[in-house]
Design a protein around this ligand. Structure first.
Ligand SMILES: NC(=O)c1ccc[n+]([C@@H]2O[C@H](COP(=O)([O-])OP(=O)(O)OC[C@H]3O[C@@H](n4cnc5c(N)ncnc54)[C@H](OP(=O)(O)O)[C@@H]3O)[C@@H](O)[C@H]2O)c1
Length: 226
């Protein structure tokens, strides 16, 4: 599959590395066609990798990954344009973190809205799926490095788009029964508002390499069967 990874930071490059490793053709997108990080990344993967502007990256892609700074993601997709973006699946891994007042960052959107919903409203034909934003980049692409299975969440309006993303997650090593579909895109509010807790867990554990698992109670005795 040809994948546009929008974003040249740690997340963009980590996901792009993993996708190339899985045999996908990846175009790394940035604001400028001569971005240094994107150029060097593409040089490290001759054959399957290329780079260009955000719009260049999306033009021939089957799947788009938004790995740009959350406060810039809307303008990034605006630079691509609705006509080029079309009805593509957009895997949105971004978090709306606003560092303008220092650390810890504030959420630039929260409570009754989310970045993912803002993107979906701005590009109604695109099929936005929120996922992977709740873990650090290395865990996104290697969840099996953690000593026990943990959970990844998906949210979005389009069932087919969520299926595409779920298959991609499984190919990255996520267990299918640990991919939890939280329903429509309003679930992205909770996924993005998890970040303040994630940041406190980072401080408490001293490492970004962690994740959560939902452990449901067993059904009450005698409840099974029909
Ligand atoms: N770091 C993690 O482990 C982690 C985990 C989960 C989710 N996330 C989220 O994933 C996203 C990417 O994180 P990151 O740490 O890899 O990189 P980042 O520094 O948050 O974002 C880098 C990308 O954002 C673009 N960008 C920044 N400001 C821009 C602006 N004003 N206009 C247009 N584009 C702009 C950059 O474009 P250029 O390429 O042109 O410079 C670059 O491609 C973020 O939303 C972050 O919250 C990060």
């Amino acid at each position: 599959m040809r994948v546009a990874v929008l974003g040249t930071g740690t997340v963009g490059q980590t996901l792009a590395d993993a996708l190339v490793g899985l045999g996908h053709d990846v175009v790394l997108g940035s604001r400028t066609s001569d971005n240094h990080a994107a150029t060097s990344w593409a040089q490290r993967h001759p054959g399957r990798a290329s780079h260009g502007t955000f719009a260049d990256a999306v033009r021939d892609a089957e799947l788009v990954v938004n790995a740009t700074a959350g406060t810039a993601s809307l303008s990034v997709l605006e630079s691509v344009g609705a006509d080029v973006l079309g009805d593509r699946v957009v895997l949105d891994v971004a978090n709306p973190l606003d560092f303008s007042q220092g650390f810890p960052p504030r959420l630039s959107v929260c409570n009754d809205d989310s970045l993912a919903e803002q993107l979906q409203r701005a590009f109604p034909r695109a099929r936005v799926v929120k996922s992977l934003n709740t873990v650090t980049a290395s865990v996104m692409v290697d969840p099996r490095a953690l000593p026990a299975p943990t959970d990844m969440f998906v949210a979005g309006e389009d069932a087919d788009a969520k299926a595409v993303v779920t298959d991609l997650l499984v190919s990255l090593g996520w267990q299918r029964d640990h991919v939890r579909d939280l329903g429509d895109l309003t679930a992205a509010r909770g996924l993005e508002m998890y970040l303040p807790l994630w940041l406190r867990l980072l401080g408490a554990t001293g490492s970004a390499d962690f994740n959560v698992a939902v452990v449901p109670a067993p059904p009450p005795e005698g409840a099974a069967g029909g």
